[in-house]
Write a protein that binds this ligand. Structure first.
Ligand code: DOR
Ligand code: ZN
Length: 347
């Protein structure tokens, strides 16, 4: 039996949604993670401090752990009120700003159509040291869906970095070797989050023989060589990369549909699954850096005080198939291997 104690992990990218499911999602995340950066792409996106404060208060009510800290993000549009944004940041209502290029994913239509229209906002964010979190894909019919991350990095991100060299930037949920190399060659204020699913499955897993709608997410899964580059970045403990689950549940009927939604619900058993991946790669000693240290360093905040213990046994971890909320089912992501790591129940 192996066991490790690691600093309590954080999830630097999660979707808590709204309505009845919110309580369940906050509960699941707060059982595992010390903090979570919460995405603002609700049906009515979080585009002002009032919406942000209400959302934060509601999340806090539902937390399973009094010490859990939800870190709320502000949804960037071309016409946000910049004074309201600064006030929300200074009053600790929001933690960061999320940039969705318009139309790239779920509830992103109010996002940014032309990136240079937000340059005056980015300048102020840089002055106030407000982190910019980026969904790094272009929304352009002429660009193949598998190339949209690379084209965004080349055509948009490079310009943002050139114009705002001091702005703290997280390139969210990277999916390609190209992105890994780009971040490794960028200045230290540009870093990236990586999801469990992009570490575990590739586009063939999603598309070969039969289509698997529950593997459909955005940015879309890429080639095996890309997955391998992501795994290498994560398991090496490289400080440029950290965990953001991008856990993004949609109901069964909106996933298994003619026009299905993008998103994978992976929170439940995520830390045990990552432990198994790192262990399979003989790098369990670097799990803590990826899940509990590198993100906090990037955001220049303290690492968590608490620790958790993970134990490897001969017993397979049991994955529930669905989360059930008011007769709506949400499919729980299961990894392509057995997991023998467990959280020690009493910490
Ligand atoms: O797969 C995804 N689902 N990617 C995103 O960028 C958004 C998310 C969602 O909110 O459904
Ligand atoms: Zn996301």
């Amino acid at each position: 039996m192996k066991s490790i104690k690691i600093i309590k992990p954080d999830d630097w990218h999660v979707h808590f949604r709204e309505g009845d499911v919110l309580e369940h999602l906050v509960n699941e995340t707060s059982k595992i993670y010390g903090r979570a950066i919460v995405m603002p792409n609700l049906n009515i996106p979080i585009t002002n401090s009032k919406l942000a404060k209400n959302y934060k208060d509601t999340i806090l009510k539902y937390s399973a752990n009094v010490n859990f800290k939800p870190l709320i993000t502000f949804y960037l549009t071309e016409n946000i009120n910049i004074n309201d944004l600064i006030k929300a940041y200074e009053n600790d209502i929001i933690f960061a700003v999320k940039l969705y290029p318009s139309g790239v994913t779920t509830n992103s239509y109010q996002g940014v159509k032309k990136i240079d229209r937000i340059y005056s906002i980015l300048e102020i964010m840089s002055d106030y040291k407000i982190p910019l979190l980026i969904h790094g894909e272009v929304n352009n019919k002429n660009i193949d869906v598998f190339d949209r991350e690379k084209v965004f990095i080349k055509n948009e991100l490079q310009n943002i970095i050139n114009n705002f060299p001091k702005l703290k930037i997280t390139l969210e949920h990277i999916t390609t070797r190209f992105a890994v190399d780009f971040v490794n060659n960028a200045k230290s204020n540009v870093r990236a989050s990586i999801t469990p699913h992009h570490l575990l499955i590739n586009r063939s897993d999603m598309l070969e023989h039969k289509i698997r709608p529950h593997y459909y997410c955005l940015p879309i899964l890429k080639r095996e060589e890309d997955r391998k580059a992501l795994v290498q970045a994560a398991i090496s403990g490289n400080e440029n990369f950290f965990l953001g689950t991008d856990s993004a549940p949609h109901t069964l009927s909106t996933k298994e549909a003619e026009c299905g939604c993008a998103g994978i619900f992976n929170t439940i058993n995520s830390i045990e699954t990552l432990a198994q991946l790192f262990d399979n790669c003989e790098k369990i000693e670097n799990l803590e850096k990826f899940s509990s240290i590198n993100g906090a360093r990037h955001y220049e905040i303290n690492i968590n005080n608490e620790k958790i213990e993970l134990i490897k046994t001969t017993e397979k971890l049991n994955f529930k198939e669905y989360l059930l909320v008011n007769s709506e089912k949400y499919k729980i992501f299961t990894p392509p291997f057995n997991v023998f790591w467990h959280k020690k129940s009493k910490q």
